[in-house]
Unconditional design. Structure first.
Length: 392
């Protein structure tokens, strides 16, 4: 097999490794493509998704931190994207070195080429999840890229020949050692890149059916398996033509004419798009006026929303406060939810994923977080859940 043989085409490979990792890893293991070929045909295009999406978001919407929005200059945003991209490309090789180095310590076989393929293809979920940076309010879905830990876990016995019963601890070791190596790497290269960055401290993880991820939460491997099956089912529906997003006008019809407190709908917007059978639709409406306005948005993520099923396998919970601004992320009523609220300005955002398919969000003025949550209750969330279950 010559060097030009790099396995399945990019999109086919990306879909297969995400939806059917247990079937795809043996296929990858049998391929002889070298490091340069995998870089050229797979890593370079996919790794660009996050930096490009982040660049567009920064220029168009700005970056928000603790209620403060900063919109960088075009050149500043571009340079940040380029640096992020370079770090990603180098980081894949660095992770491969860690995987290869640890293999014998967990009963596996050191193999630089296989270690590189494992590092590259297990990062697929993180790279694809980077697209969520494009949509305001959906940036938190990039956390679903942690599905890559499951891909790594499944691929270890196949590519590195480690025993199944050591795959979990091997995965945890890769994360911890990789985080430390990445921290050192960042410190060394930071001056050269004319930038500074903070890298989360790596700490030990533990597993009893789950893997703890510092600063994020725990990953239930069993539920990750279930999530993978849900995504496969969503893909099959798409291929059969049964998985379509709701018409944007139907979403618009679900938005109320008025909100509690007498805030009436002043204007509405709706849109939809589809590429290769995979699409999304959205409807939003504004209520009130001036300083007391609020936007209510419903987005049907369609097949892409099946990625949200991973949220059910992640016990993520975080909370921070800076002055009068509080930010939270976690599950509320079984749904992945993000909250940001400034008690001084009474401005906030409350978003949640419904039925592993719909993103609903209230953004604007409210007397309290509870009032902001009450705005979402004006949408028939049970109806959205039913639509998601039916695959309509």
């Amino acid at each position: 097999m010559n060097e030009e043989h790099v396995g399945a085409p990019l999109l086919q490979r990306a879909k297969a490794i995400i939806l059917q990792p247990r079937q795809e890893w043996p296929v990858i293991e049998g391929e002889t493509a070298g490091i340069a070929s995998v870089y050229k045909s797979y890593i370079i295009p996919l790794a660009a998704i996050g930096p490009v999406a982040g660049f567009i978001h920064a220029v168009v919407f700005g970056n928000s931190f603790f209620g403060i929005t900063h919109r960088p200059s075009f050149l500043s945003a571009l340079s940040s994207a380029v640096v992020s991209y370079i770090f990603t490309l180098i980081g894949v090789f660095l992770m491969a070195l860690v995987i290869d180095f640890l293999a014998p310590r967990f009963g596996g076989t050191a193999n630089r080429n296989n270690a590189f393929k494992l590092a590259a293809y297990s990062a697929t979920a993180a790279w694809i999840a980077g697209i969520f940076q494009l949509v305001p309010g959906l940036g938190m879905l990039t956390i679903l890229g942690l599905y890559g830990l499951y891909l790594l876990y499944v691929g270890i016995p196949v590519l590195m020949k480690a025993p199944e019963d050591k795959a979990v601890i091997y995965t945890v070791a890769i994360v911890v050692v990789g985080a430390i190596a990445g921290m050192i790497f960042s410190v060394v290269l930071a001056p050269l890149m004319l930038m500074t960055s903070s890298v989360p401290d790596a700490s030990d993880g533990s597993l009893s059916g789950s893997v703890n991820v510092p600063g994020v939460g725990s990953l239930d491997l069993g539920k990750l398996e279930e999530a993978s099956k849900k995504m496969a089912a969503a893909n099959e529906r798409a291929q059969s033509g049964k998985a379509t997003t709701l018409p944007s006008k139907r979403l618009a019809a679900m938005l109320p004419a008025a909100l509690p407190g007498g805030m009436v709908q002043t204007n509405s917007r709706s849109s939809g798009s589809s590429v290769g059978g995979v699409g999304a639709s959205s409807a939003s409406a504004s209520y009130g006026d001036g300083d007391k306005s609020i936007d209510l948005i419903i987005t049907d993520l369609g097949v892409a929303g099946s990625l949200a099923a991973l949220g059910n396998a992640m016990n993520m919970e975080s909370e921070s406060q800076n002055g009068t601004v509080i930010e939270k992320m976690g599950k509320i009523d079984g749904r992945l939810t993000t909250i940001r609220y400034d008690s001084a300005s009474k401005d906030g955002r409350y978003g949640m994923i419904v039925g592993d398919r719909f993103n609903v969000q209230a953004d604007g003025y409210a007397n309290s977080i509870a009032d902001l949550r009450a705005v979402l209750d004006q949408i028939d969330l049970d109806a959205l859940e039913a639509i998601a279950r039916s695959g309509e």
